[in-house]
Write a protein that binds this ligand. Structure first.
Ligand code: HEC
Length: 107
């Protein structure tokens, strides 16, 4: 019973999100990646504050650079420019998921 209600809740949440169904799965994975690898410095949600004041909030990244270009730049180039290198470098799918997630939370 409870599981059914939960599943319905999730289905509704996904249905009402601004991105398509495949995108919402990707955004969900991106959120998990961000929580695990980026949240030490960046604000990764809609109302949080970056732990590292120099790290831009993910919801503002779209103002700093085109998010589509970020799909490519998240791998390699951008990470080499990071002031403090994170221990994690996303592969192509993870970069895609991160950008899809960022798109879903832009201000
Ligand atoms: C140890 C701290 C730290 C971690 C962890 C970290 N970042 Fe950053 N990031 C920064 C700082 C500081 C800046 C701003 C200055 C700079 O580029 O070095 C930044 C900048 C950025 C920018 C904007 C760069 C630009 O030139 O527009 C992006 C995009 C970004 N980070 C993505 C990520 C992603 C995705 C992750 C997780 C996979 C991550 N960061 C993890 C500290 C961090």
């Amino acid at each position: 019973m409870k599981a059914k209600q939960l599943a319905l809740g999730i289905a509704l949440a996904l249905a009402s999100s601004p991105v398509g169904a495949g995108d919402s799965e990707s955004a969900f994975r991106g959120r998990r990646i961000a929580e695990a690898n980026c949240a030490d410095c960046h604000a990764i949600a809609q109302f949080d504050v970056s732990a590292n004041p120099k790290a831009p909030a993910f919801r503002d990244i779209g103002k700093l650079r085109p998010l589509e270009a970020l799909r490519r730049d998240l791998r390699g180039a951008l990470f080499l420019r990071h002031a403090v290198m994170p221990d994690f470098e996303p592969d192509a799918t993870q970069a895609d998921d991160l950008v899809t997630y960022m798109k879903s939370i832009q201000d």
